[in-house]
Write a protein that binds this ligand. Structure first.
Ligand code: ATP
Ligand code: MG
Length: 471
């Protein structure tokens, strides 16, 4: 991966932003700690000097210059390491007492104190220059007194603190940038895997899937969801291809027939009656094509759920009687007995025309596939889940074929001795799903038992009954 691309990643920029905020707050904290400790140490030094000066002033007031010199000498002796510094000189600058041998060059600190350096014997015996802070007092305009404290150690600590802040800050930045690089590389690596798979899929390889790393992180979660989506898309594309193939196949046959008939008619030599026959057959084929398209459109509309919202309460017993009445002549023609055994007052929320079409498709199959003299029953049952079923005593559908039979354009009869497109059960299935119902195909021993099981009615009881139940 090129570093330039790495720098442009959102992760890297985010890391830098966090780093910036972190470094600034750390710096602010350290600066505060530094400032507070330096101020505290300076304050201590000033107070010590002030206390020393007060003591010496007391000596001078009580015992004059002699007392002051003695006190200074005593204190100087008590301070062999010269943590406290004293120097008393007369008006001409001559040494009178103290542990400094001459008046140093002082620099004003601006707050009443002065800064100066002095030399004291170091551990190796040679002179060691040290920094001190002090105050200058005029004693009766005749003497000058310098009282100070060695602040070399304090300066060393300050120096060390600044070094630590600069070094530590630098280290934080370096580690942060490196971590940002590493994290961005990792993120880019994971995303690159997803991108690579996506590019291959876009190039047409729908079977390609994104590899999971297996640590269950959010990238794995994303990859898993994308893979599930791809499975679904692949399945849809496959089904679509199959449907298109089937449509092409099923429409070609009648169209071919129509074309050859028309060609034959155009070649001439057909008398009026035969020409009429050709036209009638062609009309039948054309009507068949329209029916196929209508069925396909109905399935698509039911599947897309476009009819939702038009739902009303459909009385299943009335629906069963209406559909049975419609198929009565056909059943009679085949000397079949078509019975309706319906429980009254069973309602389902739904679309009346679609439900009627679904039931008609089931009855149509039962009448069509059951041999002459057979029996067909349409039943309605209430209970927790309303049921609408059509039973016949025909050949039935072998268990292994029951799933396949609901697919579009699937006809189980290889000889195709009966008319049909294989769309009837697909529409029933789509209508069932639209209503939240399930289409179950069962063995009627013998025959087929096709059953629509609707969901339990929503608990919207009329208020009067609810009150009665409560009372
Ligand atoms: N009651 C039944 N008894 C036996 N086989 C059936 C029955 N119902 C359906 N089938 C089988 O299932 C297949 C699919 O039925 P479906 O209703 O989807 O299509 P079709 O009846 O062939 O054509 P269409 O309904 O489009 O006119 C049928 O071809 C038939 O083989
Ligand atoms: Mg059918």
């Amino acid at each position: 991966m090129r570093p330039k691309r790495l720098l442009a990643t959102a992760t890297f920029r985010l890391t830098l932003a966090y780093l910036g905020v972190f470094a600034l707050s750390a710096l602010a904290l350290l600066a505060f700690v530094y400032e507070a400790s330096v101020t505290f140490m300076e304050q201590q030094t000033r107070e010590t000097i002030a206390a020393e000066a007060r003591g010496l002033e007391e000596q001078y007031r009580q015992r004059g210059i002699v007392g002051l010199r003695t006190a200074i000498t005593r204190r100087a002796r008590a301070n062999p390491d010269r943590a406290s510094l004293y120097l008393l000189v007369d008006a001409d600058g001559r040494w009178l007492a103290g542990n400094l041998d001459r008046w140093p060059e002082v620099e004003d600190n601006g707050d009443g104190t002065v800064r100066f350096t002095f030399t004291r014997p170091g551990p190796d015996g040679r002179g060691e220059r040290r920094i001190a802070t002090g105050r200058v007092f005029l004693v009766d305009d005749r003497y000058r007194l310098l009282v100070g404290r060695d602040v070399q150690e304090r300066a060393d600590v300050q120096h060390m603190l600044i070094n630590a802040i600069v070094l530590g800050g630098g280290l934080v930045v370096v580690i942060g940038v490196l971590a940002g690089f590493a994290r961005s590389r990792w993120t880019l690596g994971r995303l690159e895997g997803i991108n690579r798979a996506t590019r291959l899929i876009m190039a047409g390889d729908l079977s390609r899937r994104i590899q999971l790393v297996g640590d269950g992180d959010e990238f794995d979660e994303l990859a898993r969801n994308l893979n599930l989506m791809l499975d679904r898309i692949e399945e849809l594309v496959r089904a679509m291809r199959e449907v298109t193939d089937n449509i092409a196949h099923d429409l070609r046959t009648p169209l071919n027939r129509m074309v050859s008939r028309i060609e034959l008619a155009l070649m001439g030599g057909l008398d009026g009656a035969r020409a009429r026959g050709v036209l009638e057959e062609t009309l039948r084929d054309a009507e068949g094509l329209i029916r196929t398209f209508d069925a396909l459109l109905a399935i698509t509309r039911a599947e897309s759920g476009a009819l939702e919202g038009e739902h009303e309460c459909v009385e299943l017993a009335a629906l069963a009687r209406d559909v049975a009445e419609l198929y009565e002549p056909l059943a009679e023609e085949k000397r079949q007995r078509l019975r309706v055994e319906a429980e009254e007052g069973v309602c389902v929320e739904g679309h009346p025309q679609l439900l009627a079409q679904a039931l008609a498709n089931l009855v149509d199959n039962a009448v069509k596939y059951t041999p002459e003299g057979g029996e067909v029953a349409v039943r309605v049952r209430g209970g927790p889940r309303p049921v609408l079923e059509v039973a016949d005593n025909g050949p039935g559908i072998p268990e292994a074929d029951r799933e396949r039979a609901r697919q579009r354009f699937v006809r189980l009869d290889p000889g195709r001795s009966t008319p049909g497109n294989g769309l009837g059960l697909s529409l029933v299935d789509a209508v069932a799903r639209l209503h939240g119902a399930a289409l179950e195909l069962d063995d009627n021993r013998p025959g087929l038992l096709a059953r629509l099981v609707f969901p339990a009615p929503s608990p919207r009881r009329p208020p009067a009954r609810a009150e009665a139940a409560a009372g």
